[in-house]
Ligand binder design. Structure first.
Ligand code: BYC
Length: 317
């Protein structure tokens, strides 16, 4: 008979797996802090996908053509799918989707700050695709190599779909920029409102990010918040030039020495307020999510009853 491994041996095995850049799988031993950090990040990510359906969903009934409506419907539906993959990844860590949803609607778990801003014009649908999905791609491509298997595998499919979302947003904006002066002005006004909140999506500056160091040591995060923000700015500036829009940052310029753009800082006080629940749409987003959850109670009950009956029928057959 072999003795069960000690806590130190289990920790050493975990450290060795992380050190080799191999994946941790749900059946593997993991430190409680690692599990907790993953549940926190993946749940926030899942909630962002689900809450993120609201600002765009706002335009489904008013999309200007059947084609735009079909594209937008498909995109919003994709976001629901992303939420489900991520809740499933969380379930492999022992936390149910129901539990996480309860925490979200009680305001006890976060979701991305970006979805607390309103979508005031149809151009916002394009800007969200271009800037918000663009930022999401920058942040999420490295997460395909995250150390926890189910999270990394979910991210592969999500990133493929986000790339498609980004292109549809860019194509929408390009079409508007080739239209009338009023359409061009609508795009510029939308970009002016979304630029700074998009930069905030990457999280606080590294110096103020309490979780980054440990998450990087565990291979959960592969890059720091500031690195990814820089990557996003460098990727987006030439796209803005091609579109013919101005990014609303007087400090934005190419730095030859660094081989990267210098840029200004978002208003971090505003970020903190939005994360604390005081953004322009926080109350509206949570109220809507809470209502949808309550309205869906009968669907969940019916599905559970159906599953129970199917099991009983199978057992008696
Ligand atoms: N908004 O120590 P830090 C999408 C919180 S979905 C709100 O740097 P971490 C899409 C942070 O949680 C986009 N809260 O944290 C969907 C922490 O609070 P707690 C979502 C934020 O985790 C539909 C505290 O601030 N993407 O793109 O190391 C349609 C300190 O921060 C934010 C993901 O979730 C924020 N922006 O790094 C279209 C990606 N930033 O929990 C598009 C996965 C920070 O300690 N997540 N906080 O109380 C990540 O990569 C990381 O969690 C973050 C933050 C980079 C976001």
């Amino acid at each position: 008979m072999t003795a069960s491994p000690t806590e130190d041996e289990l920790q050493a095995g975990f450290d060795a797996t992380i050190g080799r850049n191999d994946r941790i799988e749900p059946r593997d031993w993991m430190p409680e802090g690692y599990r907790k950090t993953l549940v926190r990040q993946i749940a926030q990510h899942a909630h962002s996908e689900i809450i993120g359906m609201q600002p765009e969903g706002n335009w489904i009934t008013r999309a200007p053509s059947l084609r735009r409506k079909a594209v937008l419907l498909a995109k919003v539906q994709d976001e629901a799918g992303h939420g489900l993959y991520l809740y499933s990844a969380c379930e492999t860590l022992g936390t149910s989707r129901g539990e996480l949803t309860e925490k979200l609607i009680a305001g006890a778990q976060k979701y991305s700050s970006i979805f607390n801003y309103p979508t005031l014009s149809f151009a916002d649908v394009g800007t969200i695709g271009w800037l918000v999905d663009g930022a999401a791609i920058c942040n999420q491509v490295p997460l395909c190599r995250t150390s926890f298997g189910p999270y990394g595998r979910a991210m592969i499919r999500i990133c493929k779909e986000e790339s498609f979302h980004q292109r549809q947003g860019y194509e929408l904006l390009m079409t508007m920029m080739r239209g009338t002066d009023a359409q061009r002005a609508m795009v510029q006004e939308s970009v002016d409102r979304f630029w700074w909140p998009a930069l905030m999506m990457f999280g606080p500056p590294d110096a103020d990010s309490p979780n980054t160091a440990q998450s990087m040591a565990w291979g959960i995060k592969r890059n720091t918040n500031d690195d990814l923000r820089q990557r996003f700015v460098d990727m987006t500036v030439p796209q803005a030039d091609a579109l013919g829009v101005t990014l609303p940052d007087p400090d934005l310029r190419w730095n030859e020495e660094r081989g990267a753009h210098d840029f200004g800082q978002p208003d971090w006080d505003e970020f903190l307020q939005v994360v604390k629940g005081n953004g322009p749409c926080n109350a509206q987003r949570l109220a809507h999510r809470r209502r949808a959850h309550e309205d869906g109670a009968w669907v969940r009950e019916a599905a559970m009853a159906f599953a129970r009956k199917s099991r009983e029928q199978e057992a008696s057959a």
